[in-house]
Design a protein around this ligand. Structure first.
Ligand SMILES: NC(=O)c1ccc[n+]([C@@H]2O[C@H](COP(=O)([O-])OP(=O)(O)OC[C@H]3O[C@@H](n4cnc5c(N)ncnc54)[C@H](OP(=O)(O)O)[C@@H]3O)[C@@H](O)[C@H]2O)c1
Length: 241
C-alpha cells in the first residue's frame, strides 16, 4: 500500500488532494496546523469509506522547525510528500516587516526543505518517490504587493530545478504545480468586484476550482509519470504565464 504525507490537508486545495488520493487507494498522513478539526472529520469519513487503508493525523506549525523535525519520527513509510500549505500577506515590501518575510520563508521554503532532508531515505526506498510543491504563478511572474510570497514560490521552483538532479538516480521525482487564482479561503479577502477584475484578466475568465489543481497532483503521482522531474507546471487558465 502506498503512503503520502499531505502537508496542508486542512486547506481547500489540500482537502481536495486527500479526497482524490483516498479514493485512489492511498494511505495518508494528513497534516493540519490550526485546522485539526477539519482533518479529523476527513479521517472519520475515510475510515468508514476505505477501511483497508490507514489515515493518520499530524499537527504541526511549519513556523516551528523543531515541530517540523519531529514529523520525520512519526512516519514509518513514505512514497509521496506533497506540500499544500501556504499563506500570503498583502502590502508594499518597503512597508513590511523582516519578521513577516522570515515567517513566509520559514513556513513555505525552509521547513519543507528541512523535512525533505529528513525524509529522503524513506522516499528512496521504493524507487518511485514523489515530491510535489504547490507553487504559484507568482513564483514565475512575480506580484507587486506580494513580494515575499512570490519570492518563496520562486525559491520552490529553483529548489526543484536543482534537487531533482540530485535524486533522479534514487527514482525520486520533484515537481511544482503552480496555480494561478483558485477559489479558496486564501482568496476570501477579495470583494466580488475585486474577484471579477481578476476574472477579466484570466483568459479562461474565472478562478480555478480546487479539483482543477488536485487533478495535476494525482497525475504527477501516477507511476506512469515517473519521467517528469524538475518541472514547474503552471495551471493558470492561461493567466500571466
Ligand atoms: N488559492 C490560490 O489562489 C492559490 C494560488 C496559487 C497557489 N496557491 C497555493 O496553494 C496552496 C494551498 O492554498 P489554498 O488556496 O488551499 O489555501 P487555504 O485553503 O488557505 O489553505 C492553507 C493551508 O496552509 C496551512 N498553513 C497555514 N499556516 C501554516 C503554518 N504556519 N504551518 C503549517 N501549515 C500552515 C493551513 O493549515 P491550517 O488551516 O490547519 O492552519 C492550510 O492547510 C498554498 O501553497 C498556496 O500558496 C494557492
Amino acid at each position: 500500500m502506498k503512503w503520502a504525507l499531505v502537508v496542508g490537508a486542512s486547506g481547500d486545495i489540500g482537502e481536495k488532494i486527500v479526497l482524490d488520493l483516498a479514493k485512489a487507494g492511498w494511505s495518508l498522513y494528513l497534516h493540519a496546523n490550526t485546522g485539526g478539526k477539519r482533518v479529523s472529520k476527513l479521517i472519520d469519513l475515510f475510515r468508514v469509506e476505505y477501511p483497508k487503508q490507514d489515515f493518520l493525523q499530524i499537527s504541526t506549525d511549519f513556523n516551528d522547525l523543531k515541530q517540523v523535525e519531529n514529523i520525520a519520527s512519526q512516519l514509518f513509510t513514505l512514497d509521496a510528500l506533497i506540500f499544500a500549505q501556504g499563506t500570503t500577506s498583502y502590502g508594499l515590501f518597503s512597508q513590511s516587516t523582516y519578521a513577516n518575510t522570515a515567517k513566509i520563508m520559514q513556513m513555505q521554503v525552509l521547513s519543507p526543505l528541512r523535512l525533505i532532508q529528513l525524509l529522503e531515505s524513506k522516499l528512496a526506498k521504493n524507487g518511485y518517490g514523489r515530491i510535489i510543491f504547490l507553487g504559484s504563478v507568482y513564483g514565475g511572474s512575480g506580484s507587486a504587493m506580494e513580494v515575499a510570497y512570490s519570492t518563496a514560490k520562486g525559491a520552490l521552483s529553483a529548489f526543484t530545478n536543482a534537487y531533482s538532479k540530485e535524486v533522479a538516480s534514487l527514482g525520486i521525482t520533484v515537481n511544482v504545480i503552480a496555480p494561478g487564482a483558485v477559489d479558496t479561503k486564501m482568496n476570501s479577502a477579495f470583494s466580488d468586484s475585486q474577484k471579477s477584475a481578476i476574472d477579466n484578466q484570466i483568459p479562461m475568465g474565472r478562478f480555478a476550482v480546487p479539483s482543477e489543481i488536485s487533478y495535476w497532483i494525482s497525475t504527477v503521482l501516477d507511476e506512469k509519470a515517473g519521467y517528469l522531474t524538475g518541472q514547474t507546471i503552471y495551471v493558470t487558465g492561461g493567466w500571466l504565464k
